[in-house]
Design a protein around this ligand. Structure first.
Ligand code: FE
Ligand code: MN
Length: 355
């Protein structure tokens, strides 16, 4: 019998002619009935739907005009020192975080998730991460930022370094080339790492930055960069939704992994990530700017963390209110098919609409 892990790693053609396992029910992980080259018939319609949504949301950073951002950025007193700091901190975090995410998907998640419709979505997600990486190249170029400053902030700014290091640390075992999913413990390790990638990195560590940059946009400042963050948020909310469905499907198919001890380890990791995200918000916004203070961003981070916990069936930890109800309006747009059309009415106050 073909090892399901091997089936994803080059011996796939050999399994194409082997129909012995086709009556066996498919599962996302650890199933020799899953041939990574046979996408039909589809078992996980959610994965296919996220793929379609991703394609419908296609965009590129060059579609967003940057002229007014350049003017504002270069003017002597268009932005306060604290506003500049906040923009730089977020460009610094996202510029390398997008590549970290792309590498995680391609080098580790893709290797172990052999189900073909999930893999189709992972390829789409990887492409979107390339678009996001491109966005920060475009921002650096347009604003004539020093790439050595921006792309080294993950080393020079402790609160950014701590977030990146945390993600690298909690996903260490997956980076081990010999890691395989053979038993319950391995499966737990894999799910723990998926929570690290999707729930923590994409679901918590991006959200203080989203709230800060979209708050600037609401104040008609750096509207090009702000619009790009809107598009990224729309993409990321689908990445997160896919990750949550993937995690919940693995849970349903392997209920033995969901022990009290395992649940507690996930809660602990999520709580630690909230601490790091809140530290990052205070560091980015030490004195607060118009309409935005770090303690309010931190309440939002706690609110978001509760939603993430609930989404994977864990108890809420903060009971924090949502101080930015307008953020959910932006996220809900992700569910609408024609974002561009709805955006004209919803975001007219947000600034220039170039089309
Ligand atoms: Fe991204
Ligand atoms: Mn992403």
């Amino acid at each position: 019998m073909t090892n399901p892990q091997d089936a994803g790693l080059g011996v796939t053609l050999g399994t194409l002619g082997n129909s012995k396992d086709t009556t066996k029910k498919k599962s996302v992980l650890g199933n020799s009935a899953t041939d990574p080259n046979k996408i039909l018939p589809i078992t996980y319609k959610w994965a296919r739907n996220y793929y379609k949504q991703g394609v419908a949301n296609n965009w590129t950073p060059e579609e967003v005009p940057m002229a007014s951002d350049v003017e504002l950025w270069k003017s002597k007193d268009g932005l306060s020192e604290d506003e500049r700091r906040m923009v730089l901190w977020n460009l610094g975090f996202f510029s390398t975080a997008e590549s970290l995410t792309a590498n995680n998907i391609v080098l580790t998640i893709y290797k172990h998730v052999t189900n073909p419709e999930c893999r189709q979505y992972l390829l789409r997600q990887a492409f979107e991460e390339a678009i996001h990486t491109d966005t920060f190249i475009y921002c650096c170029d347009s604003l004539s930022l020093d790439p050595d400053e921006i792309y080294n902030m993950y080393l020079t700014i402790p609160s950014i370094e701590d977030k990146d290091q945390f993600v690298v640390d909690i996903t260490k075992s997956l980076l081990d080339p010999n890691f395989q999913i053979r038993n319950t413990k391995d499966m737990q390790q894999f799910v723990f790492d998926l929570v690290g990638f999707y729930v923590i990195m994409e679901g918590i560590f991006f959200y203080a930055g989203f709230a800060m940059m979209l708050s600037m946009l609401r104040n008609h400042k750096m509207i090009g960069v702000g619009e790009q963050f809107q598009y990224i948020l729309r993409d990321e909310s689908i990445h997160l939704a896919f990750g949550v469905d993937l995690i919940n499907t693995i849970k349903e198919e392997n209920p033995e992994i969901w022990t009290d001890e395992f649940k507690q380890s996930l809660i602990d990791a999520i709580k630690k990530s909230v601490d790091l995200e809140q530290k990052y918000a205070v560091d980015s916004l030490p004195r607060g700017i118009l309409g935005l203070r770090a303690d309010v961003v931190n309440e939002y981070v706690a609110h978001i963390a509760d939603r993430r916990l609930e989404s994977i069936g864990l108890p809420v930890q903060y009971n924090a209110k949502n101080p930015f109800p307008w953020m959910s309006e932006v996220i809900d747009l992700a569910k609408e098919k024609n974002f561009f059309e709805s955006r004209v009415t919803e975001y007219q106050q947000g600034g220039s609409l170039g089309w």
